[in-house]
Design a protein around this ligand. Structure first.
Ligand code: GRF
Length: 234
């Protein structure tokens, strides 16, 4: 990247950051972003909420909050790349400068991801690099891990493999089943996604030269979500 910034670094006084959120289902993480924005604490505006599933409850939630939505059917496109190109053309048209994957259950073509490098983030329910992919809660319980968590990371062509911005950690209790653990983690995901989008919108977090930068300094460990909802160095 020749030292160039891969992320927008707005000043806190600048206009709200236009954000597109991609969703496939329930949309509780989207709901957390909407709630924070409506509370006046998150300096973003929703440029678009888009989904690969026309019946996603997340889309209905966005509509009830007056947010522009788009449903695009992968089956009506000849290939994954054609779908991703069409979707991200609409995202670009919306004016979004940050794309948040919040339960978007598709792998995005590598070339499309590269074009948005530093401007596309994903929330994943594990302590990456552990448990990329699906069934993360089940796998953490089966491995008898003491801790589980969620990660917010910049998206790269490697699935769930991009630089991790921050993590929220929770203990795994004896007797936790997949549902109980997932439910407890979801509450933390909501806090984590808001904290990370906030940090990017305020210019505190950016991807530069392939590394996450926190207030201008490269970090070697993911930030931690603290009990007060702020991000801290590990
Ligand atoms: C969350 O667990 C998120 O980490 C994962 O998909 C789930 C989406 O939940 N990527 P919701 O649709 O935001 O409620």
């Amino acid at each position: 990247m020749n030292g160039a910034s891969e992320s927008r670094a707005p000043s806190p006084e600048s206009r709200p950051l236009p954000v597109a959120v991609l969703v496939s289902g329930r949309g509780s993480n989207l709901g957390a972003l909407i709630a924070a924005k409506e509370a006046g604490t998150l300096p973003i505006e929703f440029a678009l909420v888009a989904s690969d599933k026309a019946d996603a409850p997340a889309l209905r939630h966005a509509e009830t909050h007056g947010i522009a939505t788009l449903a695009l059917d992968p089956k009506s496109h000849p290939s994954r790349l054609a779908f991703d190109d069409a979707l991200f053309a609409r995202v670009a048209e919306s004016g979004a400068e940050l794309v948040v994957l919040a339960g978007f259950m598709r792998v995005i073509d590598g070339a499309v991801v590269e074009a948005w490098r530093g401007r596309i983030i994903n929330i994943h329910p594990s302590l990456l690099p552990k448990y990329r992919g699906l069934h993360t809660h089940r796998r953490a319980i089966a491995a008898r891990d003491a801790e589980h968590g969620a990660s917010m990371h910049f998206v790269t062509p490697e699935l769930d493999g991009g630089p991790v911005i921050a993590q929220a950690r929770i203990p795994i209790h004896a007797g936790d089943d997949e549902e109980a653990l997932a439910g407890r983690l979801l509450t933390q995901e909501h806090r984590l996604i808001v904290a990370c989008v906030d940090a990017i919108a305020r210019g505190h977090v950016a991807l530069r030269d392939g590394s996450v930068h926190w207030n201008g300094e490269a970090i070697t460990e993911p930030l931690r979500l603290a009990a007060d909802g702020n991000l801290r160095r590990a």
